[in-house]
Write a protein of this length. Structure first.
Length: 251
């Protein structure tokens, strides 16, 4: 191994360490007595995403190589630029948001348990809503940085071909959500992870992050209606622990 490859290799190993730590966070939080484990998960995700970016040297050239255009494993960074260079495509970003909103609604409709606005939550003030929105957006962005940017970049820098690297990150992303979402939600989580991957491949990190934020935003304000309640004709939607991932299992 040449001296020129040492920094890239060390950075890739550190970035993968951040991803490994992220997969452990949901499992550790299950054993932590806390009134707000979701908030802790959000902050841990954002911190680990920052660590991964620093580890792989997030200069402008690090994340601007188009998917499939790289000539060597060290350059195979696919289009996940923080500023969406190559050029920003508004149509792709709009499509990513639309897909992120449509997926949970379509999945709920297909299972016969349409989404309804969540009830029973105390009305939050403007500041609290702003903080919740910032955590939701920051966590979604952090997950996309970790699993659609840092993971493929680090693995390809270590010599793994790009497509297997992306597939490995997709599988790991699905396993990340099992502690809170459960095995029964795995097909839905897998479809959603593929949506984010396609968004990243076509529109870069902004498209993936916007799709993720839109998706999580829907689940933050809506929940499925129970089948038995709908059959009895009870007025008003009643929430249950949804088979679709709840915000606490998805952000």
């Amino acid at each position: 191994m040449t001296a020129a490859l040492l920094p890239a290799t060390a950075g890739s190993v550190l970035a993968l360490g951040a991803l490994a730590a992220h997969t452990a966070v949901p499992r550790l939080l299950r054993h932590l007595r806390s009134r707000n484990r979701l908030r802790r998960y959000d902050r841990a995700t954002m911190l680990l995403a920052l660590c991964a970016v620093l580890a792989i040297g997030a200069g402008p050239a690090a994340f601007t190589v188009p998917w499939g255009a790289a000539e060597s494993p060290a350059d195979a960074a696919w289009p996940v630029s923080l500023m969406a260079w190559p050029p920003w495509e508004p149509a792709i970003l709009v499509a990513a948001v639309a897909a992120g909103v449509a997926l949970p609604w379509a999945a709920a409709r297909c299972t016969g348990r349409p989404l309804r606005r969540r009830h029973g939550r105390p009305r939050a003030g403007r500041r609290e809503r702003a903080v919740e929105g910032a955590h939701l957006a920051g966590c979604a962005l952090g997950e996309e940085i970790l699993w659609r940017m840092a993971g493929p970049v680090a693995l390809t820098a270590l010599g793994i071909p790009l497509r297997p690297a992306i597939a490995l990150c997709l599988v790991a992303f699905c396993l990340l959500h099992l502690p809170n979402s459960g095995w029964r939600s795995l097909p839905y989580v897998a479809v959603t992870a593929m949506l984010f991957t396609v968004a990243a491949a076509t529109g870069g990190l902004p498209a993936a992050a916007l799709a993720h934020i839109a998706h999580n935003g829907v689940l933050a304000v809506a929940a499925p209606v129970r089948r038995d309640v709908r059959r009895r004709g009870t007025s008003g939607p009643v929430e249950e622990i949804p088979r679709l991932p709840a915000p606490g299992g998805w952000d």
